[in-house]
Design a protein around this ligand. Structure first.
Ligand SMILES: Cc1ncc(COP(=O)(O)O)c(C=O)c1O
Length: 391
């Protein structure tokens, strides 16, 4: 089947944060948006059909994740990620960040240390601080060609100092790494050695560029010490349907989180979220593969366009996710100021400052290629104007 990623989804005016907050959040209501992490082409037709069938049943009462739902998740985890799980290890939830917030509260106490690997998706630190826990930063190492690696010695030192929980971002937003089996095993082993609960956020685990392979922490961690968080939301563009899955092999960890969710009446996903997730994992593997090829084409466009038109901006290699990490340090201008100039020129990106590196900006490439091409012109224009104004 031919899938269409070239036709823009009609998002402006639909309530989409990415489009409809361009004016209020950035003062640029006409600029093209390349910020918040969702996609600007349509979800897989097989998934949309399943949702339409569910809507036509015309009843939306209380629902529980069905055995068929659980089996679809387990089959996906095994066929795509090589991890054989029991269906009762799956704890469905309404989102990954809210689940991290629950986990932080359920497994740690105020003041406890929680480790993140920066620069990283900013809600990690936000959730930790909001819960009154202490953020410990294990900074990633920027290597040759902007490929990042982990500083495992520093990680071990930190963990030894009594870190209770580590949030691994795998694949990593925003640096674009797909961690190797060796890297994931090292993290899991260090967490086990130091009694640190490993929470592996693998929301981007199906967004993998050709030549790379995701290695889930599920294949490396010890059951008593591990929570893997996944969702169909990024891959199939269903973030608004609020459905994620925690996969927890250890009975004690699972029971502790379940008990917390019961105590605070934390709901299972909404009915249509469950329908979408089951349909995605049952019927949309081919769409997922085509999307990865399309994204690889978009990433190539970014590299080619910038190397021709703005070679001083270097691009981190994209191994996974649809978020590209651009080194704008040669501008001499901080990322917030640079983003303002790009907004004015017609493209909204995320400043790197929020992730912990002011010398970078983040570009979301999950959109039709024509939109990306227009956006790149605005990126170059905004960069040049910020740089000359900064002189
Ligand atoms: C690493 C990571 N985790 C979680 C989320 C958000 O997940 P959710 O919408 O399920 O809370 C994002 C969204 O960009 C993300 O990049």
């Amino acid at each position: 089947m031919n899938y269409d990623f070239d036709t823009p989804a009609p998002r402006a005016g639909s309530g989409a944060i990415k489009w409809d907050l361009r004016g209020s959040a950035f003062g640029s209501p006409e600029a093209l948006p390349f910020w918040i992490a969702d996609s600007d082409y349509m979800s897989p037709p097989e998934l949309v059909d399943a949702l339409c069938d569910a809507v036509r049943r015309c009843v939306f009462g209380y629902n529980d994740p069905s055995p068929a739902y659980r089996q679809a998740v387990a089959n996906w985890v095994e066929t795509r990620h090589g991890w054989k799980i029991d269906t009762d290890w799956i704890l469905p939830a309404t989102g990954v960040v809210s689940e991290i917030a629950n986990i932080v509260r359920a497994f740690t106490a105020p003041g406890d240390k929680i480790l993140i690997q920066t620069p990283v998706y900013d809600p990690f630190a936000g959730v930790v601080k909001a819960a009154g826990r202490t953020v410990v930063e294990n900074r990633l190492v920027r290597g040759e060609g902007l490929r990042y690696t982990m500083d495992l010695e520093d990680l071990e030192r930190d963990l030894r100092s009594g870190v209770k929980l580590m949030i691994l971002c795998s694949p990593h937003n925003p640096v674009g790494r797909v961690w190797t089996p060796e890297e994931v095993r090292s993290v899991a082993e260090l967490c086990e050695r130091h009694g640190t609960l490993l929470v592996s956020d693998e929301i981007h685990w199906d967004l993998i560029m050709p030549g790379h392979r995701h290695f889930t922490a599920g294949l490396a961690g010890t059951p008593d010490n591990l929570i893997v968080l996944t969702a169909p939301s990024k891959t199939f563009n269903v973030a608004g349907l609020k459905c994620s899955n925690a996969i927890i092999p250890g009975a004690a960890v699972r029971e502790k989180l379940s008990a917390w969710q019961r105590e605070y009446h934390i709901e299972t996903p909404n009915d249509l979220g469950l329908v979408a997730c089951e349909a995605a994992y049952r019927n949309c593997a081919a769409w997922c593969d085509r999307q990865n090829e399309y994204l690889a084409g978009n990433a190539a466009l970014v590299r080619e366009y910038l190397s021709e038109n703005l070679p001083e901006v270097r691009v981190a290699p994209l191994e996974g996710t649809y978020l590209m990490w651009l080194d704008t340090s040669a501008s001499g201008v901080g990322s917030r100021e640079l983003c303002l100039a790009m907004n004015a020129a017609g493209a909204i990106l995320n400043d790197g400052w929020r992730y912990g590196d002011d010398a970078f900006v983040r570009l979301n490439i999950a959109c039709p290629r024509s939109q990306l091409a227009k956006g790149l012109e605005a990126v170059v224009k905004g960069y040049r104007s910020a740089k000359s104004a900064g002189k």
